[in-house]
Design a protein around this ligand. Sequence first.
Ligand code: NG1
Ligand code: ZN
Length: 531
Amino acid sequence: SDQFAEVNKHSSQHPKPPGLVLQYGTAGFRTNAKLLDHIMFRMGLLAALRSKKTQATIGVMVTASHNPEEDNGVKLVDPMGEMVTPSWEGYATLLANAENEDLLAALKDVIAKEEINMSYEAKVFVGRDTRSSSAALSQAVLEGVSSFGGLSKDYGLVTTPQLHYMVCCQNTQGKYGEASVEGYYNKLCQAFLKLLKHASNCTDDQKHLSLDGANGIGALKVREMEHNVAKELQISLHNDGSTGKLNHQCGADFVKVQQKAPTGCEIKAGERCCSFDGDADRIVYYYSDSEGQFHLLDGDKIATLISTYLKELLIQAGLNLNMAVVQTAYANGSSTRYLEETMKLTVRCTKTGVKHLHHVAQEFDIGVYFEANGHGTVLFSKSAEDKVQKLFDNPNNDDEMKRAAHLLLNTIHVVNQTVGDALSDMLLIEAILAIKGMTVQQWDAIYTDLPNRQLKVKVADRRVIDTTDAERRAVTPAGFQDSIDALVKKYPMARSFVRPSGTEDVVRVYAEADTQENADALAHEVSLAVY
Ligand code: NG1
Ligand code: ZN
């Protein structure tokens, strides 16, 4: 039909380099931006098909998150704002790797398999990060959508979680909020200010936060948002993109992996600081003590702060809701022990990648999920939200219950439940610290991290390593896990695992032990065993 003629015509302007093979990984496609033009066009086509299939608006985000500026990437967002469903990740890989002359056949295959009604008009929301390649690449996505006669809305420069939010708002007819960047700020900031009504006597120090924007989109969005909350939160923005290079020696991934402060920020002793990543879906906190020692408060510490706060509120509110914390193998052993043994919370471990955590968190009334790298959020079930609303509306509550209900309700509103969101997480964390009158040092002292080390190892083919038990054990190559076990035995309180990265062509090694020397030695020894 006509539609396919259009696709053919436009596809020839976005040719695939013959033989190039790419995989839709942990967070979509990600590689050097020069290799991505045809991928973007084709993801526009696929998003249009996904929209026709679901008869809903689909999102396409152009970003490579914490990767270097030269890279780019793309991920698809499903109707409720969640990551695209696994079977469609398979189609994405299929379309991406079809040689030019096979593209139409591959599309027709997807259409037939999914029994897609091609007469439905596709609707796609597109967003992009600040990389120099992102504008042209998002144009290619838009062209893909329109080749199938679809309608698209280009949100331009937005954070990844903002795009997820827009898609969810659009498909829930505004019940989740208004599908605009303004609507997003209004919802989050109003909830934040209501939460802050419960914080008394905040000092200027407590109201001050130093923020590393990773020279990316998060910095632009903090600038747009900050005036809304300026009375309660004063942000000193560093690495705002005006001079530095995206993610270079800064940002949440750098700070987490290097376990040191970003360049571009003069941090004063004791000062509360945080870093976003390149698309503002991750956040980590840190401070430097009076001896100049660096202290990192990662996703595990964030999950602990939030779940502790929520548990206290549930008790005060007299609400019996089941809550769990969802982590990955990268969660520090101390955090898991603290959550289970001291907080008596349910803790679940999943494979790396937020889609896995999100999925498990949905099984509970309240699911707090965070990757150690600072990517996470809180999910509230429909029935949990209803119970909180009902309690809030009940005129017979005593003062403590009234307070708890108001706090729970506005906590639900400040959270972006579609996906981990650095801006939203920051507002929630800042609110909790203010409400509890807690300093970053007191938060840090809740438990002490086991010293740990993460390494990357380049190998010929990372797929030879296959894992099980939420990636905590290797099943191939034969004998490899036995070697790891033997090394782990040498050190007190040790743990180590190895898995292939889904976003980079490397194998990741993680080790923790009683001392930093031992964690470093173990990580090193395990990385030698990888070959
Ligand atoms: P890979 O490259 O698969 O380890 C990394 C992070 C994930 C996730 C994705 C997407 C670590 C160890 N891994 O995945 O947690 O955030 O990137 O950004 O941090
Ligand atoms: Zn990111």
